[in-house]
Design a protein around this ligand. Sequence first.
Ligand SMILES: [Zn+2]
Length: 438
Amino acid sequence: MRLARRVWFAVLVTAPIFTGPGHSFAQEQPVAGLKRIAIRAGRLIDGKSDRPVLNALIVIEGDKIVSVTSGGAPPAGAELIDLSKATVLPGFADTHTHVLLQGDITSEDYDAQLLKQSTPYRAILGARNARIALEHGFTTMRDLETEGAMYADVDVKAAIANGEVPGPRMQVATRALTPTGMYPLLGYSWELKVPTGVQYADGVEGVRKAVREQVMYGADWIKYYSDRRYHFEADGVLHSMVNYTDEEAKAIVEETHRLGKKVAAHCIGSDGIAAALRAGVDTVEHGDGLTDALMDEMAKKGVYWVPTIMVGAYVAPGRGGIWQRMADLERDNLPKAVKKGVKIALGTDAGGFDWKGLNQAKEFEYYVQYGMPPMQAIRTGTTVAAELLGWADKVGTIEPGKWADIVAVSGDPLKDITELQRVKFVMKAGAVFKNDLH
Ligand SMILES: [Zn+2]
């Protein structure tokens, strides 16, 4: 609340701001009490231009960007941050994470976390993971369910928003939904009461109530599991067992939209993806089993695909079975989806792998490796992700009016996309969190 009021004030008194080469800063009216910072960017990838802007000057007032110009002198009294030897980009956004999970290659890894770690302990690790993400340049995240840690994602989000711990801006999905018996923990004696990774909800009225409950406790998104039991059939297509009846899935989407929220569907097999699209979901998570027809439908409906390639590639060797073939499918599907104009937003499933072991920004590398142009890959984790989150007016680009969420790397990520795994400078809301470039 406090933050929101301050921003409104800044907007009121700084508009209008004109940008462009040779712009004179004399026209601007600095706001009393707001800190002014000017960043000199050697190469600026702003998230919307097709080519980098050389020798750009970004002026920040308080927590927002007020001007971006090619060249120009810093305004009087502004603190200058010299990134003239670096490439400056918008802060990254990961649209599929689990801050409350620490890797689950095997079901034993998963069960142990739910059975042996308390929710408070998991929330402490969640705060640590949020910090790791910010250090890697992720200033925004959509956390897609707590895996048995109830509503602790709402608390991690609140602690970050209140400035108690460092981390990205977050949207959270709380508990996720599946029908009874279709998600772990499973296989324990019926005499034992064991935790469940999601909220079981059944029937049209049951899922409506669960959606209302999750929104009441702070869910920004509703996630549900569209399918399970992935398998290849003779047609070469990855199939799956669909969890919910169409009536139930449609009720989830309808109730969520009625409450002004959006729906993310976990779907890996083609049957699960088709069912999710019939229900009207907003984002398809994983989507390994996408067929040409399903991609066409997604492009037509404007449904986002969040491929989470990193986690697939990471867990495949440990899980064995068909997981490698599923990872291969994503490699084949990504360039097809790019061609068909499917909206692809970067999502990693961090937490499905250990936050301490892998840098989320490796996801960018896979997209480029699989045939996506580097500039487009950067947009999946900036501009497109911001649109998916409904925050296109707040984050995702470096332009006047946006939050000052800014990162920098030493080299040129358009030449070597792995540069994004070596973020040297991180600013969130106008505050420098990390600067290894001075
Ligand atoms: Zn996930």
